[in-house]
Design a protein around this ligand. Structure first.
Ligand SMILES: Nc1nc2c(ncn2[C@@H]2O[C@H](COP(=O)(O)OP(=O)(O)OP(=O)(O)O)[C@@H](O)[C@H]2O)c(=O)[nH]1
Ligand SMILES: [Mg+2]
Length: 332
């Protein structure tokens, strides 16, 4: 009998957007089926070009992303946007009410927009973001744009997923310095000075160019572009620059680095899978010796290191623990 998950995956393969939405929700909620889902769709990934857009709150990232969507749609590309949203309205964001939201803008079936709250993900945000990007990729999107505020390690780690990272700055006082402080200059493939209609745009452009030229002359040199996102000025040049960076990477493709990246991804998936299974199993009552060990941990009569050794060295206990926390419902 086909499970509910099977039929969801079938519908996903037939480009059913509701199925895509449901699968993304499962990733967000850390359902025990996530690994099964990823396993099934992984073979269809690797087609999309992933663009990361980051920068200070209110810099105009969403406005810029909106314009990029328009340009890529004009090239007939299927576009997805993943907006990583800080959960508190006070933790960032443009002046309240001044914030551009993309969600209401599109009835176009060639554009898929989704936001991912940073709330409740802890260290798992980058895993969830990566898995959602894989889903969007496997679904058949040509371009995936990730928007995230450039504050905080978690938000920034998401930019690792991007093929091209665009750092958005504004002429406002000291933004250049802020960019350096936040470490944004290290991850930028392209700098955009947005709101170039305001005073000081030339100055920050010069600052950023200087910082680029102070770097050792190896590899790709980030370009500095000026845009007025709200007036559709400079966006075509940005699209071109993204294309150039993509070409550069294809020409300088290094298989050894691919191998390292795949190894890192594997270790990350393995360790977080172990962590999630352990948590689920202990929460739901793992049974057997793991249950007894957990009882002693709760009482404080056993230290976590001895407890860990007892479970890891008891192969039956660890196997049962991982099994209990695994995707029971979809197991054959
Ligand atoms: N003057 C000017 N304003 C702009 C420009 N681009 C965007 N804005 C305005 O800047 C404000 C914030 O834009 P958003 O696109 O929401 O900025 P954001 O970086 O996505 O903001 P958060 O997601 O909240 O961090 C909006 O009022 C935009 O209309 C520009 O080129 N010039
Ligand atoms: Mg935004």
């Amino acid at each position: 009998m086909a499970s509910k998950l099977d039929s969801l995956l079938d519908r996903f393969a037939k480009q059913d957007r509701l199925a895509l939405a449901r699968l993304i929700t499962r990733v967000e909620n850390r359902s025990a089926e996530v690994s099964t889902v990823m396993e099934r769709i992984y073979g269809r990934t690797g087609h999309a070009y992933i663009i990361g857009v980051t920068g200070a709150p209110g810099a105009g990232k969403s406005t810029l992303v909106n314009q990029l969507v328009v340009k890529y749609r004009a090239q007939n590309k299927l576009v997805a946007v993943l907006a990583i949203d800080p959960s508190s309205p006070f933790s960032g964001g443009a002046v309240l009410g001044d914030r551009v939201r993309m969600t209401d803008h599109y009835r176009d079936p060639g554009v898929y927009i989704r936001s991912l709250s940073t709330r409740g993900h802890h260290g798992g945000l980058s895993r969830a973001a990566r898995e959602i990007v894989k889903l969007l990729d496997a679904f058949g999107h040509d371009i995936i744009i990730i928007e995230t505020v450039g504050v905080g390690q978690t938000e920034l780690s998401v930019m690792d997923l991007a093929d091209t990272t665009v750092v958005v700055t504004v002429p406002e006082g000291g933004d250049g310095v802020q960019v350096m402080k936040a470490g944004l200059n290290e991850i930028a493939d392209l700098f955009v000075v947005n709101k170039a209609d305001r005073d000081g745009a030339d100055r920050i452009k010069a600052e950023l160019e200087l910082s680029v030229h102070l770097r050792p002359a190896v590899g790709w040199r980030p370009l500095v572009l000026m845009t007025q996102a709200s007036n559709d000025i400079g966006i075509d040049a940005l699209v071109q620059a993204i294309g150039r960076h993509g070409d550069y990477q294809r020409e300088h493709h290094d298989p050894a680095r691919d191998g390292e990246r795949r190894t890192r991804e594997f270790i990350e998936v393995l360790t977080s899978e172990l962590e999630e299974r352990t948590e689920r199993a202990l929460k739901n009552g793992a049974g057997g010796s793991a249950e007894r060990v957990l009882g002693e941990i709760r009482e404080g009569s056993l230290n976590p290191y001895s407890a860990t050794r007892r479970i890891i060295e008891d192969h039956a206990a660890i196997a049962r623990l991982l099994d209990e926390g695994g995707p029971k419902a979809v197991r054959e």
